[in-house]
Design a protein around this ligand. Structure first.
Ligand SMILES: [Zn+2]
Ligand SMILES: [Zn+2]
Length: 130
């Protein structure tokens, strides 16, 4: 980590990965990029991430970031922008498709349930006095 001066506003800030903009200017830039990309996606719903990046000049990484954060949503159900991390189906936003999200949730729920049961078993003496 090193101290740098923001190329936009000149304030000094801690640059973790060689960023040239401070957090505030970075967020402002991402907001602007977000608007540009969103507008492009509305008029070109079938575009893939490369097209979007080339047409808008917004870095592919930023577009991915916006999609992952669910700030952007692809209009088309079938698109080439995002794929489910788990099954590879095309998705509109986030990391997983609806089906995998449900599976993931069920898995977490099951784990949580098992934890709870183990806890209950440990405390069974306490609970049975009730
Ligand atoms: Zn700045
Ligand atoms: Zn999936």
């Amino acid at each position: 980590m090193e101290l740098k001066n923001c190329v936009e506003c000149g304030r000094s800030f801690a640059s973790k990965q060689g960023e040239k903009l401070c957090k505030r200017c970075m967020e402002k830039k991402i907001d602007e990029d977000f608007k540009i990309v969103r507008e492009y996606l509305y008029s070109h719903p079938g575009a893939d991430i490369k097209d979007v990046s080339e047409a808008t000049g917004v870095d592919e990484k930023i577009i991915f970031k916006l999609l992952r954060e669910e700030r952007l949503e692809v209009v088309e159900e079938e698109n080439n922008l995002l794929r489910c991390k788990s099954c590879g189906k095309s998705i509109r936003s986030g990391r997983l498709c609806e089906a995998c999200k449900k599976l993931e949730f069920a898995k977490e729920l099951k784990l949580a349930g098992e934890d709870l049961k183990r806890d209950m078993d440990k405390k069974i003496g306490y609970y049975s006095r009730d």
